[in-house]
Design a protein around this ligand. Structure first.
Ligand code: FAD
Length: 299
């Protein structure tokens, strides 16, 4: 599934099929910003904070990258004028990282300046391992200047992440901790799920103990329970961290955590370019794939 996430032919087939499109929309808050704002509002009413993501990645043209930067500025304004509780998440390859670091920086800067003016927050998502070092370098360059208005994501499946967590704690950088969603070779990432889960648990505890408002981003109930136990044992106040989950996944658990008094933020993507995001969600859970196949067979 992860291999097919980058395949143009399959992308076309899946995007043009009404059933897979319908299924994708379970994980995506509509194709337009207006539809997404409506969903943000409903989530806020249910006590959930949001981080909005405009879908798209790996742009290869300068004009496209500049347009993405413009789109983020419009999103920041739209969120602020609707007075919604939502931050922004973005991918550097959408701002031109495949073209050059300088171009990407030039496209990101106005977004961060605007986020600071509006006193909000921008999270830089983490993409495949070929981008990790450049993403972190770019992030730390901006973090000096924009402080708590910008944050990063670290992926527990990478061997390097133990050290990256220590550095982030040292620099007081805001981290979202995830397991990691890309197909990575064993040269850079743990191949076994149990090892990734163990790394996640230990990095999560470090961040909860000493991090700057970490985001514990997982749907793994055992890890969520471990986080809850840890903060209880260490007397860590609930306003020092948040849980994060993806739109369309484990809504029951999201609501349960809100009821128990925790901060919960839902990563909510929208837009027409949902294909690679959708394929990563399919890959995470075989049941999703069976669901798609069952529906295709029925049709
Ligand atoms: C808020 C947020 C932001 C993220 N940002 C990034 C990022 O920037 N970079 C990155 O590489 N990854 C990112 N991810 C994805 C992450 O790396 C994992 O791929 C994803 O969260 C699945 O792992 P898990 O922690 O839920 O654990 P898993 O062990 O994969 O899943 C635990 C349980 O959660 C449920 N579940 C998980 N995924 C699905 C699904 N797709 N459909 C239905 N049920 C599911 C199932 O019940 C499963 O048994 C993000 C995840 C979240 C929650």
């Amino acid at each position: 599934m992860l291999g097919l996430a980058g395949n143009e032919k399959v992308s076309h087939l899946v995007r043009e099929n009404s059933i897979s499109k319908g299924l994708a929309l379970r994980f995506v808050a509509g194709e337009t910003f207006e539809e997404a704002l409506d969903i943000v509002r409903r989530q806020n009413e249910a006590g959930l904070a949001v981080t909005l993501d405009a879908l798209g990645e790996n742009v290869s043209g300068e004009a496209e990258a500049a347009a993405a930067s413009q789109q983020y500025l419009t999103m920041l304004d739209g969120i602020a004028s609707a007075k919604l509780n939502s931050t922004l998440s973005l991918k550097l390859t959408m701002l031109g990282l495949d073209i050059s670091d300088d171009l990407c920086r030039a496209n990101l800067r106005p977004v961060l300046e605007h986020a600071r003016d509006l006193d909000t927050f921008v999270r830089i998502d983490m993409e495949g391992a070929v981008y990790t070092r450049r993403t972190l370098d770019l992030f730390y360059g901006f973090h000096e200047e924009f402080g708590d208005h910008v944050g990063i994501v670290l992926q527990s499946y990478l061997y390097r992440t133990g050290l990256d967590v220590e550095k982030a704690i040292d620099r007081k950088a805001r981290v979202r901790l995830v397991k990691g969603a890309y197909a990575e070779p064993p040269a850079v990432a743990y191949p076994r799920k149990e090892t990734v889960d163990a790394a996640y648990r230990s990095e999560m505890e470090q961040l909860l103990e000493a991090g700057n408002y970490p985001a514990i981003a997982t749907h793994d109930e055992a890890l969520i329970e471990a986080a809850r136990d840890y903060v209880a044992r260490q007397h860590i106040p609930y306003d020092r961290f948040e849980f994060q989950m993806l739109y369309g996944i484990r809504r029951d658990l999201q609501e349960q955590l809100v009821k128990a008094g925790y901060n919960v933020r839902v990563y909510t993507p929208f837009g027409r370019q949902w294909y690679p995001y959708f394929m990563r969600r399919m890959a995470e859970r075989p049941a999703n794939l069976f669901f798609v196949l069952k529906n295709l067979a029925r049709s």
